[in-house]
Design a protein around this ligand. Structure first.
Ligand SMILES: NC(=O)c1ccc[n+]([C@@H]2O[C@H](COP(=O)([O-])OP(=O)(O)OC[C@H]3O[C@@H](n4cnc5c(N)ncnc54)[C@H](OP(=O)(O)O)[C@@H]3O)[C@@H](O)[C@H]2O)c1
Length: 129
């Protein structure tokens, strides 16, 4: 499945169903795999916490870029702490922390993983870009 971009280097759209389709219309719980970027940030960390708590979501790939500020998981944990979110949730088997590059059309990740993901939620970018 090939993603297409909406003109912004970080505004990736995809032929997969949008997050909005995971709404109340979707009555049947089913395993869903989601790749989410920006989870070291304000908004992304909240969304990650929501996804971990959502029983419809079976697998979450938290994709972040590498940084001299330390491993992504530690930066995410710091955000969780700051926001009073449950840091222990980050130990969930549902979550994998992966490194990638949102400027690449394949997000700089393995093709098998890219194709496995049902929903891509790729966004950013805040003031730290
Ligand atoms: N916060 C809000 O209330 C709010 C409301 C509406 C819309 N938004 C929009 O939502 C987006 C995120 O906001 P935020 O408040 O969560 O921002 P934030 O706290 O600054 O987080 C930005 C996230 O994007 C990542 N990022 C920044 N530049 C990147 C790059 N060049 N490549 C890869 N990742 C990059 C950061 O990763 P690093 O840790 O590696 O820097 C971090 O995970 C922004 O576009 C913002 O305008 C935010």
């Amino acid at each position: 499945m090939k993603p297409y971009r909406n003109g912004s280097p970080h505004g990736v759209l995809d032929s997969r169903p949008s997050w909005a389709s995971l709404s109340a219309h979707d009555q049947e719980p089913r395993p869903t795999s989601i790749l989410l970027t920006g989870t070291t940030g304000n908004l992304g960390s909240y969304i990650l916490a929501l996804l971990i708590a959502d029983p419809k979501v079976a697998r979450i790939y938290a994709l972040n870029r590498s940084s001299a500020r330390g491993p992504a998981v530690e930066r995410i944990a710091a955000q969780f702490q700051k926001k009073g979110l449950d840091v222990t949730a980050l130990r969930s088997d549902k979550v994998s922390f992966i490194e990638g590059d949102t400027t690449k059309s394949d997000l700089g990740i393995d093709a098998c993983l890219y194709n496995e993901v049902e929903y891509l939620v790729v966004w950013v970018v805040g003031p730290r870009s």
